[in-house]
Design a protein around this ligand. Structure first.
Ligand SMILES: [Fe+2]
Length: 259
């Protein structure tokens, strides 16, 4: 039988072991939180600053002070790291949209919430915004863009998201290269410009599913092309180097096939 001194030592060792594990857990949890940016809530921007910031990067890309790919990086960071999702949802009055999403049986329904004016901010924002609401199995159909930059933030539901680089324009086709093929959930972002990942296609896996979108028009002043969507069928002829010759199609065919 152990004497009281030995018992005390065992207890102390056991306590020490327990405490070390607790300390380790706390430290690793803190490291995890820091690396995952979850402690950054206080460091995030107020909605006023955030709106100003989104407007500033929009102006910069329109005035060629920022490259389009740099805009993509910065706006995705603003959407995913610089504002808390609940704040953004309040900003676009998501609650009232979610209460009555007016889903369509093909494609996506677009809601256009107004952004509030902020003290000291611009009278008109250089960027536009919309929220897409979708039924399960419906899509923001495959399309490319002329003369615009746009970013998506998934608000609710999961999506199968695909992006393609627009490599060459032909008379009746677009040569594209698949760049992203992934599952996107709430809080995840993607973006588009004339320079990178120009074509996208998002298919909803849940219902209702919502995407928030920010866009800036007229980002390529030298372009003769009017800002617009270009619908295509990405299941085209397979070429060398992973390229695809995708047939250009109209809005109706795109929605019949992929909506
Ligand atoms: Fe688009």
């Amino acid at each position: 039988m152990k004497d009281s001194h030995e018992k005390a030592l065992v207890t102390t060792r056991r306590d020490f072991g327990r405490k070390s594990i607790q300390t380790l857990l706390t430290v690793s949890l803190l490291e995890h939180l820091c690396s995952g940016n979850l402690l950054a809530g206080e460091a995030r921007l107020s909605t006023e600053k955030w709106l100003n910031e989104v407007n500033e990067v929009g102006l910069s890309v329109k005035n060629q002070k920022l490259t389009q790919t740099e805009w993509q990086k910065q706006v995705e960071d603003l959407l995913s790291n610089q504002i808390n999702l609940p704040e953004l949802l309040k900003l676009v009055d998501f609650e009232s949209i979610a209460r009555n999403p007016r889903l369509v049986s093909n494609g996506a329904r677009s809601h256009r919430p107004r952004m509030p004016k902020v003290k000291g901010g611009p009278d008109r924002y250089v960027f536009g915004q919309q929220i897409f609401a979708l039924r399960k199995g419906c899509s923001v159909v495959p399309h490319g863009h002329n003369n615009m930059a746009t970013a998506f933030l998934i608000l609710k539901g999961n999506f199968h998201g695909r992006h393609y680089d627009r490599v060459t324009d032909e008379e009746k086709h677009m040569i594209i290269r698949p760049t992203i093929d992934s599952r996107f959930g709430p809080g995840q972002t993607s973006s588009i410009s004339d320079e990178k990942d120009n074509v996208h296609w998002f298919k909803a896996e849940d219902e209702p599913a919502f995407i928030f979108n920010i866009h800036v028009f007229g980002v390529s002043p030298k372009s003769q092309k009017r800002t617009s969507r270009v619908y295509l069928d990405p299941f085209g002829e397979k070429l060398d180097d992973g390229l695809i010759r995708a047939r250009l199609i109209g809005h109706d065919e795109a929605h019949r096939k992929f909506g």
